[in-house]
Ligand binder design. Structure first.
Ligand SMILES: Cc1cc2nc3c(=O)[nH]c(=O)nc-3n(C[C@H](O)[C@H](O)[C@H](O)COP(=O)(O)O)c2cc1C
Ligand SMILES: Nc1ccn([C@@H]2O[C@H](COP(=O)(O)OP(=O)(O)O)[C@@H](O)[C@H]2O)c(=O)n1
Ligand SMILES: [Mg+2]
Length: 235
């Protein structure tokens, strides 16, 4: 997360944002008075007011001042800032946990097949994942809450795939994590991996999965089908 000096939002301001969230600021407007906020922060009214101003200037908070206090609501950016803190704590306390990501199967651009088959990658898959993947990536359109939860995956132990080059061009690195895929019919496939290429045309909302087998055949998947991808080691 970027705590820039420009916006002057630092840990003191985030602590205020957390307090407001605890009072219900994520659900909608909550009414607060600077005096009460100051008391809870063990700071002066002026300090409390300045922190609120900074949060507002950084678009982390919306405010409406009335005669006996103010109504505040945490913005989407504010929620993201708090969520980044939350992920840090998750990383501290939940090492090696499994992260369940949910979404629907989707077709991509038909490029996965090409990249997965390249010898520079294929050699590494055999060595580091222990299998030659089916040529392609199963693309999963992640649900909004799973897009957010995705950052928790970085607390797990990754399998790195190095970048390489041939005579014509360079190929970027990628990061894999062991994964199990489950369908809504209750079928599961163990021994797959998520793969996140550093250079990709997809956004964070798209998860790509590789496996020794064609997952569409193994699990009878079609575009639009719901799947859960459990990322992380079960050992
Ligand atoms: C192992 C691997 C390496 C990749 N390396 C590159 C790369 O070097 N440059 C690039 O533009 N895209 C790279 N891609 C990303 C693909 O261009 C594409 O964004 C992605 O895999 C989606 O393909 P799909 O929509 O056909 O499933 C790589 C993909 C994979 C799976
Ligand atoms: N282990 C895998 C990898 C890809 N696939 C599918 O195989 C096809 C080729 O993969 P791709 O990445 O080149 O294609 P798109 O994901 O771009 O549609 C797609 O239909 C994937 O969904 C699969 O079923 N199982
Ligand atoms: Mg694909």
């Amino acid at each position: 997360m970027s705590l820039t000096t420009e916006s002057a939002v630092g840990h003191d301001e985030l602590a205020v944002l957390k307090l407001l969230a605890l009072e219900g600021g994520l659900e909608g407007d909550v009414k607060i008075s600077c005096a009460r906020l100051a008391e809870r922060l063990d700071a002066s009214n002026q300090t409390a007011s300045r922190r609120l101003q900074r949060l507002e200037s950084a678009d982390l908070l919306e405010r409406d001042t009335v005669s006996d206090g103010q109504w505040v609501a945490i913005t989407d950016d504010g929620e993201r800032a708090l969520h980044a803190e939350y992920e840090d704590y998750r990383r501290i306390f939940e090492t090696d946990a499994e992260v369940d990501l949910e979404g629907t199967v989707t077709s991509g651009m038909g490029e996965g097949r090409h990249y997965i088959s390249l010898p520079g990658y294929n050699r590494q898959f055999e060595e580091r994942l222990g299998y030659e993947p089916f040529p392609g990536t199963l693309n999963v359109d992640l649900r909004e809450d799973s897009v957010r939860r995705r950052s928790a995956v970085s607390s797990l132990e990754p399998v790195p795939i190095d970048g390489w080059e041939d005579d014509d061009r360079t190929y970027g690195p990628a990061v894999c994590y062991p994964a199990t895929i489950s369908t809504s019919d209750g079928d599961t496939y163990d021994g797959a991996h998520t793969i996140a290429p550093e250079r990709t045309h997809h956004d964070e909302d798209q998860l790509e999965v590789i496996a020794p087998d064609k997952l569409r055949d193994e699990l009878g998947l079609e575009d639009g089908d719901h799947v859960t991808v459990s990322v992380g080691d079960r050992e």
